[in-house]
Design a protein around this ligand. Sequence first.
Ligand code: SAM
Length: 221
Amino acid sequence: MVEYEKDAVVQPYVTEYIRSRLKKRDGIMAELEKTALQRDIPIVQPETAKLLETLIMAKQPQKILEVGCAIGYSAILMAEACENAEITTLEFDASLAAEAKENIEQAGLSERINVVFADARDYISYLEEDEIFDIIFLDGPKAHYIHMLDDCMRLLRKNGMLICDNVLYKGMTATDTLVIRRKITIVKRLRKFIDTITERADMETSILPVGDGVTLTVKRF
Ligand SMILES: C[S@@+](CC[C@H](N)C(=O)[O-])C[C@H]1O[C@@H](n2cnc3c(N)ncnc32)[C@H](O)[C@@H]1O
């Protein structure tokens, strides 16, 4: 079977160097990294986690919305990076959502992190504008980033930031030569998503070749 070009976004020696400069995590974060590795649960890559952590530390958001909770790793990371932040994190896999709740409880963060078992597309479309977020982190349904964009912008405050992971998708978004046939639809939608967030006047976007590719989009008005 044709497989992904694993290191298409960043050269392996660069990744290795960057990771060698990251502080090792301990406690529950180290446990969750081990669990994710053992059970093949996709959590943010170490260098993406560090980017997220430094952005949250710098921006000190009050309210964060995360799409794609898995076992709660990035939600805990963001909560620990900003002691005033309240986080709503969405997960449509019931057993992962339950596990995330337990992990968040264990981390002593249940007061600030609300795990919602829901399909994010439906959930965010029902949220009212009185529920406004400083940061929205999209990390999961890549094929639906484009479908969630208008709701994300509606729910983001002015100068708030939309952070999206996996946008370069093993390099496939950037070049046809890497595209795996069965992933064509996702790649087309990711390209449309990136075209939109880079062209629209109400957004300012930076595309970063970090991990599997990250976009940072500021809502200008
Ligand atoms: C990459 S993982 C999230 C990892 C997590 N952010 C972390 O770094 O710890 C993506 C998650 O999104 C969830 N997901 C995918 N589509 C979703 C949807 N439409 N609504 C809610 N969750 C979804 C998947 O079940 C999966 O657990």
